[in-house]
Design a protein. Structure first.
Length: 82
């Protein structure tokens, strides 16, 4: 799915309520980093999903400030991702 998004020119961010070890963990698990543009973790931002701040950081890193209406969020938690 990430490869399809990338080939279509879609920018991708991983936004997680986790600590700063996440990028290394993704690499160690064999996740292809070339398929995502940025990883934003709550421990770095002192902001947890669903707080808007963590999403704003992702938008800034993706160069999409002011374009939230053009973005989609896919989550796995009915508490933190809704």
């Amino acid at each position: 799915a990430f490869a399809s998004l990338r080939s279509a020119g879609v920018k991708v961010a991983v936004i997680s309520n986790w600590d700063t070890r996440l990028p290394k963990l993704l690499r160690d698990c064999g996740f292809d980093e070339s398929l995502i543009d940025t990883v934003v973790v709550s421990a770095e931002q002192m902001s947890d999903k669903p707080d808007r701040k963590i999403f704003d950081v992702a938008l800034e890193r993706l160069g999409l400030v002011g374009s939230a209406h053009l973005c989609a969020h896919v989550g796995d938690s009915s508490v933190n991702d809704v």
